[in-house]
Ligand binder design. Structure first.
Ligand SMILES: Cc1cc2nc3c(=O)[nH]c(=O)nc-3n(C[C@H](O)[C@H](O)[C@H](O)COP(=O)(O)OP(=O)(O)OC[C@H]3O[C@@H](n4cnc5c(N)ncnc54)[C@H](O)[C@@H]3O)c2cc1C
Length: 266
């Protein structure tokens, strides 16, 4: 374990053990009974829900990991995954930022959740965390990827080069990061009236982006087909497959499957 203050910005911060992504010992997922303590509109289409829970004081996670919520519906609950935006150990509160995209059980639940609302979640989940053995980091995605991008960027050490390309509707949807000590170059891309997941903005930006020298690692998260196209774009630029993590978070026109990710045939 590091003896650095785990809440110090840029201490490659992990509210749990410091482990490389390939380590078999990422924190074990548990089921948590959560209660909303605060609901905040942090952008026109993003609602932050802050949760606490009776056992949450012993919660631990690595930046980039997520929680799988059991979203109530009229029938069986559905599973939906959301990134842990941050965990405030002093207040015992975990923040999760939900894109309110207008359709889907999770978006509907999050849009209506007020303080006092109760829900179960399983986590921490996910193996996509900061790759420790590289010189620089590249992040790209849509609104759904902002929590993972910012959580990981905020955990980078001082001066580490990081490039982030984030597609949102427009200027009002740009979010501030928390404390960042990495050398972050953040570029917002505005889709305007286009539907999310339908533009080539991210692809066009990555195709010509000036990349730092040395070995980089790319984290590509968001709409499934967009993420696949970004992976191909970086491969064409010489990125090796083991220098990229490409994860479809959602799929245009298709609900996620019961395990909370896009269906295998999406
Ligand atoms: C590991 C992981 C981490 C994630 N982290 C986050 C996060 O921190 N914040 C976040 O908001 N999302 C995050 N997501 C994505 C989120 O789980 C999906 O968007 C999910 O589909 C939402 O569930 P739903 O029930 O609202 O919609 P679904 O029932 O899955 O889908 C219903 C309809 O809504 C559309 N839709 C779904 N998501 C979006 C979207 N983002 N924009 C536009 N249309 C959409 C679908 O195309 C479909 O037509 C993450 C996903 C994964 C796998």
């Amino acid at each position: 374990m590091s003896d650095r203050n785990p809440n110090e910005p840029g201490a490659n911060r992990r509210d749990g053990p410091r482990l490389p992504p390939s380590a078999p010992g990422l924190p074990q997922p548990e089921t948590w009974a959560l209660r909303v303590v605060e609901a905040t509109e942090i952008a026109p289409r993003v609602r932050r829900l802050s949760f606490t829970g009776p056992d949450l004081a012993r919660f631990g996670y690595v930046a980039g990991q997520d929680l799988m919520f059991l979203i109530p519906t009229a029938a069986e609950p559905v599973r939906r995954r959301y990134t842990i935006r941050r965990f405030d150990r002093a207040r015992v509160v975990v923040d999760v930022d939900f894109v309110i995209h207008g359709d889907g059980p999770a978006a509907r639940w999050a849009a209506g959740a007020e303080p006092g609302a109760e829900i179960e979640a399983v986590g921490p989940r996910g193996k996509v965390v900061l790759e420790p053995e590289v010189d620089w980091h590249l992040f790209a995605g849509d609104e759904s990827a902002i929590p993972a991008t910012f959580a990981m960027v905020e955990a980078l050490d001082a001066g580490v080069p990081a490039l982030a390309f984030l597609e949102v509707d427009g200027p009002l949807d740009e979010q501030p990061t928390g404390a960042v000590v990495a050398d972050l170059r953040l570029r917002w891309l505005h889709r305007g009236d286009a539907e999310p997941g339908t533009t080539t903005l991210l692809h066009d930006a990555l195709a010509v982006a000036e990349l730092p020298p040395g070995a980089g690692y790319a984290y590509l998260n968001g709409e499934l087909q967009t993420v696949k196209a970004l992976k191909a774009t970086l491969a064409a630029r010489g990125f090796a497959p083991d220098r990229m993590s490409a994860k479809g978070y959602w799929s245009v026109g298709r609900p996620n499957a019961t395990h909370g990710e896009p269906a295998a045939d999406a």
